[in-house]
Design a protein. Sequence first.
Length: 180
Amino acid sequence: MRAFLAIPLPETTADALSDLQAECPVGRTVPIENLHLTLAFLGDQPEPVLEAAHEALGTITLPGFELELAGIGAIGGRAPALAYIGTSPCPPLKELHQRIRGRLHGAGLMLPRERFLPHVTLVRFGKNLSATDLARLGNFLAKYGGSRVAPFRVDHFCLFRSTIGKGGPIYDELARYDLG
């Protein structure tokens, strides 16, 4: 089962991001119901591994916190794969990520070592954007790069299953882990 851990977004936040997505002149926007902030991608895992991870994640005790989405950028350098909105500095978010990694490790699920870049993917791009599309993307980033969305309260995170289909991925919430 393909799975990931993420913070789901409140409706008002998703609506504000949808407005930003509408301004991007290139790429495929992520459907509003799929917008989330990934904490850890677990990849394809057998059910017993996910059950062990679920048990371990249920032991995380941290207070809830405020999170502000801010700063639009692109990942992929000269051949961007996606546009995203990042977060303002948020030590509690970093702490949550570190605790999740630790609990997953303790449950026997080893994640690759990579820098945590908290973000919400807004738009995905196909391979080989034309020079015109790259210029249009550059203009979008220049105009909206400093965008911010009103802060929201993070009081839980979720385990999701991702099912890939012809119309794009479908995300199903498998478990919820409350903070606070």
